[in-house]
Design a protein around this ligand. Sequence first.
Ligand SMILES: Nc1ncnc2c1ncn2[C@@H]1O[C@H](COP(=O)(O)OP(=O)(O)OP(=O)(O)O)[C@@H](O)[C@H]1O
Ligand SMILES: [Mg+2]
Length: 237
Amino acid sequence: MTETGAIVGAENLSLDIGGVRRLDDVSLRFEGGGVSVVMGPNGAGKTLLLRCLHGLQAPTSGRVTLDGATLTDRDRLRQAMVFQAPVLLRRSVAANVDFALKARGIHDADWRNACLARVGLLERAGDSARRLSGGQQQRLALARALATRPQVLFLDEPTASLDPASALTIETAITEIAGEGVRVILVTHDVAQARRLASDVAFFARGRLVERCDATRFFDAPHSGEAAAYLAGRYVL
Ligand SMILES: Nc1ncnc2c1ncn2[C@@H]1O[C@H](COP(=O)(O)OP(=O)(O)OP(=O)(O)O)[C@@H](O)[C@H]1O
Ligand SMILES: [Mg+2]
């Protein structure tokens, strides 16, 4: 059963870095069921948006909301993020997940193993995390995020360096997680993957929200010339 889940919002969100406007008056809400996909060319502001929504970066103006109220530090415990380039501890695969659990006062080896199994890494539990391949590290970062049972999960290009089978493992996990009622907000450049997973799309260009609609409409008939060009591989920065 698909539940609605937590509602993540941005209200007139702007972010300046070094005097340059990187996010410009962004207002949107992630609600409803399924996976929300954020797309847009390199440098559009997708990662910065996720960082703001996860409370890692304070907006210059506007606000971030969770279930309609301004996001607090405490709320952030309800959220998790998998970064484009995950940072892992110089410890075992299992210890990386245990560490995230311990920060929440939890010790549960069975649950940790279930999370590792979900991303296909249970056999590597005792190996050093730093010796994993790039794709395996991304999968471990996802397991670590899942272990905290987040209500909101931000995924920044989680399959960018994964082989097709590993990407499929992650896509299956993403679909399941969203089906369990977790608000999943996924940044991806993989149009085929976005078509498979997205229920709705937010398309950004140059820090602005250009298009916000359900996935079918976005992929079949994008309104903006920018989105149409991006999808056709013709977007020129
Ligand atoms: N810490 C920073 N200092 C200065 N500029 C930054 C910083 N972080 C991001 N930017 C700039 O803000 C813009 C948006 O960056 P962001 O990382 O959000 O892009 P993105 O949409 O995630 O791109 P990609 O698809 O390449 O990951 C870029 O032009 C980037 O150079
Ligand atoms: Mg990015």
